[in-house]
Design a protein around this ligand. Structure first.
Ligand code: SPV
Ligand code: MG
Length: 431
């Protein structure tokens, strides 16, 4: 009996899959490698049903003899274990980001004269509808809200991109690229106060109020499925905070980060160049307790942001606050710095991790931006937020276009700087 290997990265088994499995079974005994939730999340979308359930479903299909777990998009390890005579796949992976995975499969199969067999991929409308239905479910509050906690269990850096509108939401949702056999994409979105204010032409001083922030969130929720982390500034008055946090939870936001400042808050990257007051440990802990008590689910996360390094209050103060905020119920700690080097961030994380292995640490490497995600991970950091790069890159591009039009007194010269009209017309799908 010949051995056949297939990999399954889906949680919706449809007639197309059954058809290809039937053909595979005609070639020999079929082993299916089922992708882990982690790989699924990084390759297509977060799975609606988990690995155990998917293993059970696929195992019960009559054309399948055996299921094993495939821990990477790259087939190499499983292929060397199984040594199949045939790998079966739809022919849809010849182009796009799976093309390099395919070439590698062909190379590995040469080691024992195995063969890649490709069947025409059936893309019918029913299948498209099914996939759309799944995506819609992922965008619903009950699915989306819990996803940040689920991602945190995956033991890797969670990569978060700043968004401030529907269109930036789509960029965070859809931008992905293949690198070293893996798909790189953003896991979640950060609704920055700086960018949400800047895009409205306002300073970052809690002037853009919660109603306006909620409207922006709604706009983003409508066109995306990924989890949202809201930059909640100081959280405002305790008496308002308990209402606002519940609204966010109900909408399907996954987390709010509040910073330990009081009075007129200014942006942290000003540091001590402007007057800003840090809240007392007691009053900030009270805000955390009130916020946590208002929540209805265990899914929503309240993350406490420590401004001690920004305000030059020292490492000891930062560490004492971290401990106090966790004891008050904070589900994560964001430590911020505006130094060019990550040394003080690393010192904080190393010391914090000596006492606390569990609580997620969040950082915003805007100034210490030479540091790679892997290095942050090695210091126990769980979430990395790219907090303002979309608006900072969009602004100079738009300003330059405006200048070039003024310079030439016509728009011909800016055309090469712009997306073609045809593309902007079809950028947003009507369905
Ligand atoms: C934001 O993006 O609004 C932040 C991060 O709060 S920072 O601008 O660095 O303070
Ligand atoms: Mg902010």
């Amino acid at each position: 009996m010949k051995k056949v290997y297939m990999c399954f990265g889906t949680d919706v088994i449809h007639n197309g899959h059954i058809e290809i499995l039937r053909k595979a079974a005609e070639l020999g005994e079929v082993t299916v490698g089922v992708l882990t939730d982690e790989v699924m999340a990084s390759y297509k979308r977060y799975p609606i049903i988990n690995l155990e359930q998917r293993l059970q479903i696929i195992e019960s299909i009559k054309y399948v003899s055996k299921v094993i777990v495939q821990e990477e998009l790259d087939y190499t390890n499983n292929l060397r274990k199984v040594k199949p005579d045939y790998v079966v796949h739809g022919d849809d992976w010849r182009t796009g980001y799976q093309a390099s995975i395919r070439s590698k499969v062909i190379d590995i199969l040469k080691e024992w004269d195995g063969e890649l067999v490709e069947f025409p991929y059936t893309e019918d409308n029913n299948i498209k509808c099914l996939e759309n239905t799944m995506r819609e479910r992922l965008s619903m509050p009950e699915f989306r809200r819990a996803r940040l906690r689920k991602l945190l269990k995956m033991n890797r850096t969670i990569r978060v991109l700043e968004v401030h509108s529907g269109i930036t939401g789509l960029i965070a949702e859809n931008t992905k690229l293949e690198k070293d056999g893996k798909i790189n994409e953003f896991d979640a979105m950060w609704l920055s106060s700086l960018c949400d204010s800047t895009v409205k032409g306002k300073p970052d001083i809690e002037l853009v109020d919660m109603s306006s922030r909620l409207k922006t969130i709604e706009e983003i929720l409508e066109v995306t499925t990924k989890p949202i982390i809201l930059d909640g500034d100081t959280g405002g008055l305790v008496e308002h905070f308990n209402f606002n946090i519940r609204t966010l939870e109900r909408m399907g936001v996954s987390a709010i980060i509040i910073e330990d400042k009081e009075g007129l808050k200014k942006n942290s990257l000003f540091g001590t160049e402007v007057h800003q007051d840090q809240a007392s440990i007691e009053s900030f802990c009270e805000k955390i307790r009130v916020g946590k008590a208002a929540l209805k689910t265990k899914e929503f996360m309240l993350i406490a942001r420590i401004e001690s390094l920004i305000l030059e209050k020292g490492m000891e103060d930062a560490l004492a606050r971290a401990q106090a905020y966790v004891n008050a119920g904070a589900d994560g700690i964001m430590i911020h710095s505006r130094k060019k080097e990550p040394d003080e961030i690393f010192a904080f994380c190393d010391a914090f991790r000596l006492q606390n292995k569990q609580t997620p640490i969040i950082v915003v490497p805007t100034t210490f931006n030479k540091v790679y995600e892997e290095e942050l991970y090695n210091h126990g950091i769980n979430i990395v937020i790219y907090a303002n790069q979309l608006i900072r890159s969009a602004f100079p591009a738009m300003q330059n276009t405006a200048r070039v039009i003024l310079e030439n007194e016509r728009a011909y010269e800016v055309d090469k700087l712009c997306m073609p009209v045809k593309e902007i017309l079809t950028l947003i799908k009507e369905r």
